[in-house]
Design a protein around this ligand. Sequence first.
Ligand SMILES: [Zn+2]
Length: 563
Amino acid sequence: MAKRGLLVLAAWVGFVAWAAGAPPDPADLVLRGAAVYTVDGARSWAEAVAVSKGRIVFVGANASASPWISKSTKVLDLAGKMVLPAFHDAHVHPVSGGVEALECNLNGLPTQEAILEKIKSYAAAHPQAKWIRGGGWDLTIFPDGNPSKALLDSVVSDRPAYLSASDGHSVWVNSKALALAKVTKATADPPYGRIERDASGVPSGTLREDAADLVAKYLPKRSAKEFADGLAEGLRVANSFGLTSLVEASASEEDLEAYAALDAQGKLTARVLASLYVDTDKGVAEVPRLVALRRKYAKGRVRTNSVKIFADGVLETRTASVLEPYVGFPNDRGKPNLQPAAFQALATALDKEGFQIHVHAIGDRAIRDTFDALEAARKANGPRDSRHHIAHIELFDPADIPRFRRQGVIANFQPLWANGDKYITELTEPKLGPERSRWLYPIGSVLASGGEFAFGSDWSVSSMNPLEGMEVAVTRREISRGPGPVWLLEERITLPDAISGYTIRAAYLDFSDKETGSIEAGKLADLVVLDRNLFEIPPSQIHDAKVLLTLLGGKEVYRAAGF
Ligand SMILES: [Zn+2]
């Protein structure tokens, strides 16, 4: 009923706009016969969209689209398929994820056997590689997320091997790599890392957080071409999932060079907001370098007015900074990367330079420290349209949830993680206990409190497909291994809200909501066509929907085979 009324209204608005002036110039492209969910302010529906010179010029009923069609207009009759604003990913690693995908890629492999087989065949196929390098292994496959060097030696013993976990916070190395880096029983853990050891104290093959650097510093430097090829792969994946706007979650200068190189060649098929990586050990001394990087690389489709701070690690390995000790570890509350005073000084200095601050915070203490730091910045510099955001935000003290609205900070969730999979049931909840586990990924509570939120994937940590994230946000159930139990159902949100998290809300986060994120006349023609209407299928099938076409500024950047 409401849907029909809005459709009539949209058509009427389109007709009035046309009737008021001369007949419009013909459009380059008209999509019609579609279920167009516009994500405009009224969340209205339409049937047709006309595109001219990269922008949307008409949204409304099929009949009213006719004046925009001439012989030169390409017309796609979509027979009820769905059209949405192209998706935004508010936290993704297109370069490092793409580089990893082109190396020894262990993402999605379900068993130890499959992982070992892949490493073995990769090593055999790359006899001249000095290192076996790659990653994506799932922590839950190994007891305590702690694979051994012996296991890796069984498939690579002639060369060093360095394989990152899918979450990016642990690395699995073989004996050759430990020997080359001289990491032994005598090596102390670094301040922000942990060397996993056997009962006698000998390094066992897994390195957490900064401990990985003990070996990483011996890795051969990657070439500019490897970075650019990786980014091209990341963009290919993004466009195939309907994504055309990306928040690069942690940009090094090499990453920025890759973006600039592809943009100069006209091959950067996404609009990018790069969050410049901040070395928290250097603190405020980083600011001049970041200001210089911002100036140098803001060009074309790349914007650079954002910085990334890692406030802590991850819960699975007890490196997240938490308010109360981990269960079974009475003296262990993880470790913040920054003490509160240093964090506040850093945030204040960055905010003063006009940067948007993007923080990785997972534990409840890291989240609270982040709110405190952003509050200190605002107090010192005065309020402005900063759109600071906190990503991951896994474990809350519920008292902090209203601070998103109060402080104007955006909650940047990765909704695909908000289900009762093994990461939660085996690696996370046992370390927190039931009472605190209630406050994992409280997406519904943030929404109910009036806070702004946006969604991202954190690819290559997990799938980049926004439809998978939407499904879990709506169902709070695991999708990849069959339907699991519903987890914290009270935190689920509606499909319209889930879609908004990957469109208009994420566009707000990346400062492009005036140009993208909804289908409205005047906005850029960033559009996606899906093979089915998400509102007409059971929520458990959202992830089955397929992207047929992705348009960036009216130009095709992805088309499914056979469409
Ligand atoms: Zn990330």
